[in-house]
Design a protein. Structure first.
Length: 183
């Protein structure tokens, strides 16, 4: 499985950090391509104290590089997860504006009927946001607000964050998500 993780400037970088950690540990994932929107890498570092380090499994691309394979429908990437996703990015995707690598990759995922998951971090939503969510949903995308669950009685912030991250992993088809990482 090949996955693109788009990280935009919304607060909530811990979701992306945990997602990348689990994707990189999964034997089902062959490659992870990470793309930061403008300033998102600074927010990521500010919120996590960490940077995404390229490795054999992880590559990091510029949001302005349209020459990467997943900017084309002929690529073999399985999913794009935008985590966290700003409502501005949501609006551009809903409007078909593919002016960055993240929004172009989202356009490709929709037109090729592949998985597109937008992990929204805004609250509250206004009617424009809701209509944009409807448009993306009707086009085949999945809106997954970063709304953690409490019924598992998480004891730490990472455990709480993982309730959302495990939903993302499940949606892209990674099997036995919680069992694998909670043993």
């Amino acid at each position: 499985m090949k996955i693109v993780v788009g990280i935009t400037g919304a607060s909530g970088s811990i979701y992306a950090q945990r997602l990348i950690k689990y994707l990189s540990e999964s034997p089902e994932v062959e490659k992870i391509s990470v793309v930061f929107s403008d300033n998102a890498d600074q927010i990521y570092f500010s919120e996590t104290g960490d940077k995404v380090t390229p490795s054999e499994k992880i590559e990091v691309n510029s949001d302005h590089n349209f020459y990467v394979s997943y900017a084309s429908g002929s690529s073999t990437y399985d999913a794009l997860i935008i985590c966290p996703c700003t409502v501005g990015t949501l609006g551009r995707i809903a409007g078909g504006i593919a002016n960055t690598l993240i929004t172009r990759a989202a356009d490709v995922m929709l037109k090729e009927r592949r998985k597109l998951i937008l992990v929204l971090r805004e609250t509250p939503y206004n009617l424009v946001h809701i209509r944009n969510m409807e448009t993306v949903t009707l086009s085949g995308g999945i809106i997954l607000p970063a709304s953690p669950s409490f019924y598992t009685n998480p004891k730490t912030i990472p455990e709480l964050v993982d309730t959302v991250v495990f939903r993302i992993l499940s949606l892209i088809g990674i099997q036995d998500v919680q069992k694998h990482w909670m043993e």
